[in-house]
Design a protein around this ligand. Structure first.
Ligand code: AMP
Ligand code: MG
Length: 313
């Protein structure tokens, strides 16, 4: 068995976050390809860039169907199916509400009740029409907007692994800020297992509350501490409840989902967060080959069964 003692770490800033790749071999062309892939993907999937492919769909809402490339179509198709399955939590037609709150941007604010009421009329996932044969997406009502913020990074992470493998890189760890994916085996330790840190939901503390040892897997975290603001003593965060139009309120602060697909992990981390700690654990325990670490608002940590989690005191 060979134990490598070298890691090659690359970091760059894209999509408003630090992207890092830790590989066991020096392959600058592969790192360059990942950078270019992400730059291009961001331009297609962003709801904040008026020139993106996604915004082309949004601008044509209530007017006409838009033909998009097969990657974007496939992600939207999967996301629409998940939004129909998990109607009361995960919804990619939430764009009008996300744009009202603008959480994480300089102009974030608490919208008027009347604005929220109007936006709630425009988030019906059944009004998203897909034409598989033409790769067309049609938002049936004027003012509707898709937002892939909850799922895009998971899709990108899955694609980056495919890209790295194409370059002959079969082991490593990538981090897209909130999405960590380990692939192959950890060549610097004899157990060959990976360690994924679970960060405190309140990131300004910058502390790890625990770590999970795992084989190749994706770890996706959704939480209310990531992007938020305080107004009149209340915390408003970036995960919006499609039933109320306001940020989700329950006993959970953060959920990390371990799964093989990062895209699926994205969906489940949102859905589990909405479920609350008890129902969330029940839900994730029922799904084969998926596990999770849940942190309540009071700081209590609970995990699904069969996960190798160690708390850091
Ligand atoms: P994440 O960081 O993966 O938890 O995704 C959060 C982002 O997803 C937000 O910034 C919004 O763009 C979007 N979003 C917010 N609430 C929801 C929701 N209930 N369903 C789907 N997407 C959402
Ligand atoms: Mg997500």
């Amino acid at each position: 068995m060979i134990i490598y003692n070298k890691k090659f770490i690359s970091q760059f800033i894209l999509m408003g976050t630090v992207i890092s790749l830790e590989l066991f071999e020096d392959k600058p062309d592969a790192v360059e390809a990942v950078y270019h892939y992400l730059q291009k993907a961001e331009k297609e999937f962003s709801a904040n860039d008026n020139c993106s492919e996604l915004m082309r769909i949004n601008r044509s809402a209530g007017k006409q169907p838009v033909t998009v490339n097969s990657n974007l179509f496939s992600v939207i198709k999967q996301a629409v199916e998940f939004s129909k399955e998990y109607r009361t939590s995960f919804n990619i037609a939430l764009g009008p509400l996300v744009k009202l709150w603008r959480i994480g941007f300089a102009d974030q604010r608490v919208p008027l009740q009347s604005e929220i009421k109007s936006a709630l009329q425009l988030i019906d996932i059944d009004s998203v029409e897909l034409d598989e044969s033409r790769h067309q997406v049609y938002l049936m009502n004027y003012g509707m907007e898709l937002d892939l913020g909850a799922i895009a990074k998971g899709y990108f992470a899955d694609q980056i692994i495919v890209l790295l493998k194409y370059f002959g890189i079969n082991n490593g760890i990538i981090n897209l800020g909130g999405n960590t994916v380990t692939f192959g085996v950890n060549q610097v330790v004899s157990s060959h297992l990976w360690k994924v840190g679970i960060q405190s939901p309140w990131q300004y503390r910058g502390t790890m509350v625990g770590e999970v040892q795992c084989r190749a897997c994706s770890a996706v975290t959704s939480g209310i501490g990531e992007r938020n603001f305080q107004y009149k003593g209340r915390l408003y965060h970036h995960i919006i409840d499609p039933q109320t139009g306001y940020p989700l309120e329950n006993d959970l602060a953060q959920v990390t989902i371990f799964s093989s697909s990062s895209l699926y992990g994205e969906v489940l981390s949102t859905v589990a967060l909405f479920s609350g700690i008890d129902n969330g654990l029940l839900l994730i325990n029922q799904i084969p080959n998926v596990s999770g670490v849940f942190i309540s608002k009071t700081g209590r940590i609970r995990t699904t069964s069969g996960i190798n989690f160690k708390a850091i005191a």
